[in-house]
Design a protein around this ligand. Structure first.
Ligand code: PMP
Length: 349
């Protein structure tokens, strides 16, 4: 039994449930709309003999499409298997000083898992009672900073001036802005890249591009920061991105019109859902993401979650300090949200 004392023991991240069958699924911030139409056409005509060979190690087709879209050099882009893979690589690469890294106490619950996995010390910085990040809290000595913008699971976006303040006070460490939900109405930190060589911006195809199942994420930064990330990645696994994913991903990036239309649709539905929830007495911080983090003054979040589930409607509930009376509700189609509201009215009425 002695071998067990040598095992790396970790408490893994727990993702939201993936129920099968006919349910209204508003629990993992997936996009309710299909990927760009060109994706389906590409898949139908895909030449499978291409799978015979190893994929392009440099992921050039996808990287070039992203480089055009964001107007940065291909050497400023790193791609991975979803932003989870990109973020995990970034933790491994940049948070290596032995000093504590900083992130909010209420945030993406994978950050502490990666920190534990890689034995990176960390300190969580409490959000205020309105779930806001205060840049002054990030002025202490640290080994790196990471936060999502907008934050998850709160949906609260930061003032661009506050991001700048955090960067100004942390020039000697890498600061990662996780922009998984940025396309639903938040200003990206990408415009700050020319000024801050320690900034890494991470985005994903999982939410705004309707492709959580494809697993594509990317980081954009200056050439030096990206080359360090590449060195670690190529010391880990050369072929993370498969040929099919590269082709499909590149095709999706090129369809800006479809992308803008779906994002606008989700924003419109989100604003309508906010009004409907408010009418039922729910309270929530203003969300700029594709979800709303809501609490009800009279009925507990846990009981609403359980009751909704009985009715085949899935939302996310976190039994965690400070947020155990909140539900994270993904914005679905108008019809799905109307059905949710109809059920919430019965449950809370
Ligand atoms: N960052 C945040 C804040 C998220 O909520 C998620 C989704 N779980 C991710 C990153 C990872 O998303 P993906 O790996 O699908 O790109």
């Amino acid at each position: 039994m002695n071998w067990e004392s040598n095992v790396r023991k970790v408490v893994p991240y727990v993702a939201g449930e993936q129920p099968s069958g006919k349910v209204i699924k508003l629990n993992t911030n997936e996009n309710p709309y299909a990927p760009a139409p060109g994706v389906s056409a590409l898949l139908k005509g895909y030449d499978v003999s291409l799978l015979r060979k190893y994929p392009d190690m440099n992921s050039s087709s996808l990287v070039n499409a992203l480089s055009e879209k964001y107007n940065v050099k291909p050497s400023q882009i790193f791609v991975g298997i979803g932003s989870d893979d990109v973020l995990a690589m970034a933790f491994l690469t940049f948070f290596n000083s032995g000093k504590k890294i900083l992130f909010p106490d209420i945030t993406y619950s994978f950050y502490d898992v990666w920190a534990d996995l890689y034995k990176i010390p960390y300190e969580t910085i409490p959000l205020d009672d309105d779930f806001k990040i205060h840049p002054e809290d990030y002025e202490k000595e640290n080994g790196g900073v990471i936060f999502p913008n907008p934050n998850a699971p709160t949906g609260v976006a930061m003032d661009p001036a506050d991001i700048r303040k955090i960067l100004d006070h942390n020039r000697d460490v890498v600061c990662i802005v996780d922009e998984a939900y940025v396309d639903f109405g938040t200003e990206s930190a990408l415009s700050l890249l020319p000024e801050y060589d320690n900034l890494l911006v991470v985005q994903t195809f999982s939410k705004s591009r309707s492709m959580a199942g494809l697993r594509v994420g990317y980081a954009i930064g200056n050439e030096k920061i990206i080359s360090y990330l590449q060195d670690v990645k190529f010391s880990f696994n050369s072929y993370t991105m498969n040929s099919l994913t590269l082709a499909v991903g590149a095709e999706a990036v090129r369809d800006d019109e479809y992308f803008n239309t779906t994002c606008e649709k989700i924003i419109r539905t989100r604003e309508k859902l906010k009004a409907d929830l408010r009418e039922l007495g729910f309270e929530f911080p203003d969300s700029k993401a594709n979800f709303i983090f809501a609490t009800h003054p009279a009925v507990s979040a846990e009981s609403i979650y359980t009751e909704l589930k009985k009715r085949n409607i899935y939302v996310r509930y976190f039994k965690k300090p400070r947020i155990d009376n909140y539900l994270r509700i993904t914005v679905g189609t108008d019809e799905e949200c109307d059905e949710l509201v109809r059920n919430l009215k019965e449950i809370t009425g």
